[in-house]
Design a protein around this ligand. Structure first.
Ligand code: GLU
Length: 428
């Protein structure tokens, strides 16, 4: 995000344009879908614990709501940019569409570093964010959720502020709430588990037994931790995980070639996904440079951190052994690196399909919240697996029958559904 020569919004638009040009779409539909329909930019004054007031910058971008209320997370990050939020809002529309849930796409963000804010300051920031937006979001218009550095606690403060302003209970306003306070069982696991549901399906199609595979992960936040767990349960071996270290201001890769103990690792990891370096060394982990995750001799690479991570600078470091890349993060691969991956015939499961488990479970959460009736965890995860697997199959079949890469096939399905909704509503 900090790299000014890298603009995720331009990438999201390029990806759209290149697929749209091959579809039978009229010019007005293309123009409508290649940019957000609405954007809110605002300031949030927050009273700090030391008595001073700080002004934060916030955004909410609604890309498209033709298929249902706009949907997407809110990120807290010191390097946040509006173009990142715009790109992510487009990707949310395609994500909800490719898994065929009745929601559109949106994304929000605040330029801030929650690692340097106290609990009370974070609460005031969440409430301030909602106060600026309360008239423009809601259970039937735009439904936020957690994303990078936001969690269930933040969602509940935001819900409480929204309900206070509107004078009633609206549990369907936001998802990713704590279980017992309107949250769904399985939501915490959903994105990471979804990544592995589609990976497992891909491996079956490629005739690679998952129990014979090894993997390297980038990132050790919520998504990565649950993906590692399920991948190991299914018999895979994780040999490397990289994560950011805020104190040293750089990333490290932790490696153990005979496999990693996920519970031990989680017990030495903070709430932002940083593994304690000294404790890891004490547990026998090798500590390598941050980039080392990408050059491991493994079968599967799973970028599960931020955008702009597999680039033309490091793509050629990918080992010849790698057969599958599953994009758990949003936008981790730049278009030039993507081309190298395609030329090398590595099977890539694109971000907006691979990580759609989170929003799919958010949809289940919204359904449960609106009915005020909550399902068992097994039921949630079974429904999630069914949705993810069937989305994977549709994309895979189209890619096979039309000779498309998985990213293109996913785009074709997603864009066509949204274009159809726009047309059926009579917008175009
Ligand atoms: N932030 C997650 C994503 O990028 C989840 C969004 C949601 O649940 O609305 O998909």
């Amino acid at each position: 995000m900090s790299n000014t020569s890298y603009n995720p919004y331009e990438i999201a638009q390029q990806q759209f344009d290149s697929v749209a040009s091959k579809l039978d779409l009229d010019a007005a539909t293309c123009e409508l879908l290649r940019q957000p329909m609405r954007e809110y930019h605002f300031t949030i004054p927050v009273k700090m614990d030391d008595g001073s007031t700080k002004i934060f910058k916030g955004f909410r971008v609604q890309h498209n709501d033709a298929r249902g209320p706009a949907k997407g997370g809110i990120r807290f990050h010191p390097m946040e940019t509006v173009d990142t939020i715009r790109a992510l809002s487009l990707w949310m529309t395609w994500k909800c569409s490719v898994v065929d849930i009745p929601l559109g796409g949106a994304k929000g963000g605040v330029i801030c570093d929650p690692r340097n804010l106290t609990e009370r300051e974070q609460e005031r920031l969440c409430r301030g964010y909602v106060r600026q937006l309360a008239k423009n979001v809601g259970p039937n218009s735009d439904v936020p959720a957690p994303d990078v550095m936001t969690n269930a606690k933040h969602m509940l403060w935001m819900l409480d502020e929204y309900e206070t302003i509107h004078g009633s209970r609206y549990p369907g306003f936001i998802t990713g709430k704590p279980v017992g306070m309107g949250g769904s069982l399985g939501r915490t696991e959903a994105t990471g588990f979804g990544v592995i549901y589609v990976l497992n399906e891909a491996l079956k199609n490629l005739n690679i037994p998952i129990e014979n595979t090894t993997a390297s992960f980038q990132g050790f936040g919520n998504v990565s931790q649950y993906a590692v767990r399920l991948y190991q349960q299914l018999g895979g071996k994780v040999v490397a995980i990289s994560c950011w270290n805020e104190t040293d201001k750089k990333a490290y890769t932790f490696r153990k070639l005979d496999g990693m103990d996920i519970n031990a690792l989680v017990s030495i990891t903070d709430s932002y996904g940083t593994i304690d370096k000294e404790k890891a060394m004490g547990l026998g982990y090798e500590v390598l440079p941050g980039d080392a995750w990408i050059e491991q001799d493994v079968d599967i690479l799973i970028p599960a951190a931020m955008e702009n991570q597999i680039t033309i600078e490091n793509v050629n470091k990918i080992s010849k052994q790698v057969k599958v890349i599953t994009e758990a993060a949003n936008g981790p691969t730049t278009p030039d690196a993507d081309k190298v991956i395609a030329d090398r015939n590595i099977f890539l499961i694109p971000d907006f399909l691979a990580n759609a488990g989170g929003v799919t479970c958010s949809y289940f959460e919204q359904v449960q919240s609106n009915q005020n009736y909550y399902w068992e965890k097994d039921e949630v995860l079974e429904k999630l697996n069914t949705k993810m697997t069937s989305a994977f199959k549709s994309v895979y079949e189209l890619s096979q029958s039309k000779g498309l890469r998985m990213r293109e096939a996913a785009y074709v399905i997603a864009i066509n559904r949204v274009a159809q909704a726009v047309k059926s509503r009579g917008w175009i």
